[in-house]
Design a protein around this ligand. Sequence first.
Ligand code: ZN
Length: 237
Amino acid sequence: MYSDHANELKGFGIFPIAFFLLYRLKKCESFCVFKKFIVLSYFIVVSLSTCLYLIINNVKLLKSELVIKRMVAMPLEKNWLDQDKSYMEEAVRQAENAKQIGEVPIGAVLVKDGEIISKGYNLREQQQLSTAHAEIIVIEDACRKLGTWRLEDCVLYVTLEPCPMCAGAIVQARLKRVVFGATDPKGGCCGTIMNLLDEPRFNHSVLLSSGILEEECSLLLTEFFQDLRKRKKSLGN
Ligand SMILES: [Zn+2]
C-alpha cells in the first residue's frame, strides 16, 4: 500500500513545461486568436486534471498510511510480552487471594512506568457491592495514590476480560493499555461481545492485548465454579 511520494510529485513537472509552451505560443504571430484559445484551453484542462488526480491520490495514500500506522502500533512494542507475563502473574496471585475468601477469582494490577501502583481482587461478595470488581478497585486506588483521575500512562492487567462497567471505567480513566488473560463469553466487552475499548465514537481508545497466561486465568475460574457446584450439590443432599 505504500508508494513513493517523490514519483507522484514528479507529475507536477508538467506545469513549467506548459507555461514555457504558452509563453512561446504568445509570441508566435502565425497563430490566430482562435487557435491560441484552443491550445490554451487544452493546457488548462490537462493541468487541472493532473492536479486533481495528484490531490485525490495523495489523500487516499495519507488515509491508508494512517490505517497502517494504527495496525502496526501493537507489534512495535513487542518487548511488552515478557513484562506482560510477569505483571499477569501478580494479577493471578491476586485472583488466588480472592478465591481463598470465597470470591470469584479475578485479580488485577495497575502499572505505571514499570511500577505496580495498585493491585487488588474481586470483593463483590465481601462488600455486597455490585461495583466491587477487581478493575474498579485498582483504578480507584491508583487515582487516590496518584492524585488524578487521568491514568493516561498506566497499563491494567486483569485475569478476566473486563465487563461493560469496567470497560467504561477504563475508558473514563483514559488508561493507555489493557492486558487480560481469559475471555468472558457472557460479559466480556473488550472484544468478545463488543469492544468498548476501541469504539471510534468515544473520545478515547485503549490499546488491548489478550490471552496472556490465559490457561492459568481460565483454570482458576473453572475450578472455582466446579467446587461451588459440588458444595451446592452436597448441601442439597
Ligand atoms: Zn467488571
